[in-house]
Design a protein around this ligand. Sequence first.
Ligand SMILES: Cc1cc2nc3c(=O)[nH]c(=O)nc-3n(C[C@H](O)[C@H](O)[C@H](O)COP(=O)(O)O)c2cc1C
Length: 324
Amino acid sequence: MILSTTYLNLTLKNPLIVSSSGLTNDVDKIAEIERQGAGAVVLKSLFEEQINYEVNRAIVKSKNAFADRLIENYVKENSVSDYLNLLESAKKQVEIPIIASINCISGQNWTNFAERLENSGADALELNINLIPTSKTLESNDLENQYLEIVSEVKKHIKIPIAVKVGPHFTNILNFAHKLENIGVQGIVLYNRFYEPDFDIDTLKLKPAPILGLPGELHHTLRHIGMMSMAGDKINISVSGGVFNAEAMIKSLLAGAQTAQLCSVLYQKGFGEIKSILSGLKEWMLKMNFETIESFRGKLNYHEIPNPEVYERSQFMKYFSDIE
Ligand SMILES: Cc1cc2nc3c(=O)[nH]c(=O)nc-3n(C[C@H](O)[C@H](O)[C@H](O)COP(=O)(O)O)c2cc1C
């Protein structure tokens, strides 16, 4: 049975990727991820916002512009070189592809970091972008264009493949993915889950919402992948969110994704889950007589099924679901 797949022009020994998180911020953890059999790993993101925050904290007391600039450069350099060290050590220690990840809020600051990640051996780069609208006068199209500007700017400076990881709230994700492909992006990761606010009703303060995801988050994504993977675009798709077991991994592939990423399940159950999900995938392929991933990838996408209109149903009408 052949589990290998091509993602971002890389050959992965299987479609299971460990997604960007605290699970991938350390070389020992990355080595364990490889031992358990994952096909690739995405490093914890390097956050522009975090670096800016640390810069502002460091220079807050200074009144000297020259000194401020020195401090700014020092803090930035320190954060980036820690990250480059992680990447370089991981590249020495493991053979699976290492995808670096940066979280951008602006294009220009990142081009230099992206170049350095490429020079330090990143096999590909995931751009983790989430622009939160805070103004009611900002047009949706203008906000979407900001994503594309960031990506285009980074793209101009590096040759390694790029995947763009976004959240689930685009009006037309098919069109957005198509635009990404037109600017030369090789992959899209659907979808990121973000830190969300919750309310403490006793203290009347904001608090963080639950951090880990739930298996049900996959369904929304399956619809989009099933429709995107038949749209004629060549952009690779990676599922993130709600992949908690072999069944979810198989569903992601049947919808047409090249890879699926694990996060919350590994926080809950440990890296051993990688091996059991891969065993589940192999058992299912054996049972179904599929010898390769390609022989069933996309088999349930919008194009392949006889009644594609089921992808367009979204209302709980008795006719569709037996429940109103
Ligand atoms: C604790 C934690 C840290 C995360 N850190 C990052 C990160 O640095 N960069 C990123 O792109 N996604 C990050 N994510 C999002 C995950 O990579 C993943 O996309 C999301 O959790 C959905 O997958 P899941 O349902 O398997 O958890 C993080 C998620 C968690 C729970």
